[in-house]
Design a protein. Structure first.
Length: 377
């Protein structure tokens, strides 16, 4: 395989997010072993997202100005090196600077990869390439959660060292061998055109879904531990969350029926609300798995629309807009864990999910009114 090709970008995105998935399960469990509670887990998630939303607008701007292989490679190397240091932390306070360092690495990574897509293809082919990119990173996270759950039960430190060491290796490989075309290659057929306000709606709705996702990823492990779940079972649940997102990203890639239409996003938000209510009412693995599956499916729809509109409209701004795409999902993730942690600590462990269901429906109503007003001019 040509290491300078678009498939190599997909493979790199797959492994990069596999390492992120491994960290996503292992870090909350490691923090719990150091005595973290719901509020501390929430502050970890909020710290991560705060750093991310501060960094990605600059990273998106930078992605239009420096070689994408160097920016993405440097980001993954920084991320991996930081992961290798986490097992040496013996106090919760030591984890915060490591979180900051790892998230800066990810903020360098994703906008540079997303803007690189527009250098390989344009027109309608861009929809297909961004779709396969979405499938690649989401399937990587799916496997990462499962692998991490099994490894963590045997050796917590091994999760961080395996993910970190391999991330450094892949970052070096990508930096040396990958090259995006200097100029955007033209494809046959123009891109679908549509109203710009759907881009803004997709950003807000995707940010709302990531409010939910980060609440689950950082707060749910505490509930899982209280219910006596093993790390392997928690890994299976997070796998359902990521697997359904991956499946919907794949389905969205196989059809263009959703392009520049509001109803798929509205349907996704309703599905997410149902999934959150299922999680709220559940006490066993099958119920949690169903709820997670529905929430992940909604995330697959909103992410596909948000990224596609970001890179297909005025592709000269693909780097900057992909940065803002990451900013809004990061902003949702910023508020979710802290609010969820406080709710779980003081109002009950299931409260974050019922409140999130109400937030999803409220945001859907607001964006529906906005869409209706814009459509009428």
């Amino acid at each position: 395989m040509n290491l300078k090709s678009l498939p190599f970008l997909y493979i790199f995105a797959f492994f990069s997010n596999m390492f992120v998935g491994m960290l996503g399960l292992a870090l909350p469990l490691f923090a719990l072993s150091l005595g973290a509670g719901n509020v501390q887990l929430g502050t970890f998630g909020t710290t991560s997202s705060f750093v991310y939303i501060i960094a990605v607008p600059f990273s998106g701007w930078l992605a239009d100005r420096v070689p994408k292989n160097l920016q993405a490679g440097a980001g993954v190397i920084l991320f991996g090196a930081t992961l290798c240091l986490i097992p040496f932390a013996t106090r919760l306070a030591w984890i915060y600077p490591l979180i900051v360092s790892s998230i800066i690495g990810l903020a360098l990574l994703w906008p540079s990869l997303e803007s690189a897509l527009g250098r390989f293809v344009s027109g309608r082919a861009l929809a297909r390439s961004s779709g396969w990119y979405n499938v690649s990173w989401s399937s990587g996270a799916t496997i990462g959660y499962l692998i991490s759950g099994f490894i963590y039960g045997r050796s917590p430190a091994l999760v961080f060292w395996c993910a970190g060491g391999l991330a450094v290796f892949f970052g070096i490989m990508f930096s040396f061998f990958f090259r995006a075309p200097e100029h955007k290659e033209e494809s046959i057929g123009a891109a679908d055109s549509g109203p710009i306000h759907l881009l803004y709606i997709s950003w807000f709705l995707n940010g709302t879904i990531y409010f939910v996702l980060n609440t689950i990823r950082f707060i749910f492990p505490k509930l899982a531990g209280d219910l006596g779940m093993s790390s392997a079972n928690l890994g299976w649940l997070l796998l359902f969350l990521s697997l359904s997102q991956c499946l919907l990203l794949l389905l969205m890639n196989l059809t263009a029926i959703w392009h520049f239409k509001f109803w798929p996003m509205a349907a996704a938000m309703l599905v997410a609300a149902v999934g959150l209510l299922v999680v709220t009412l559940s006490h066993r693995m099958p119920g949690f798995a169903l709820g997670f599956f529905l929430i992940g499916a909604a995330a697959g729809v909103t992410y596909s629309e948000s990224l596609y509109y970001a890179v297909s409209l005025e592709k000269s701004m693909a780097g900057s807009r992909s940065g803002w795409h990451e900013f809004y999902l990061g902003f949702g993730g910023f508020s979710g864990p802290l609010i969820g942690g406080i709710l779980a600590q003081y109002l009950g462990p299931k409260t974050p999910y019922s409140v999130s269901a109400g937030l999803v429906l409220l945001m859907l109503l607001a964006m529906s009114l906005y869409f209706r007003a814009k459509s009428r001019g």
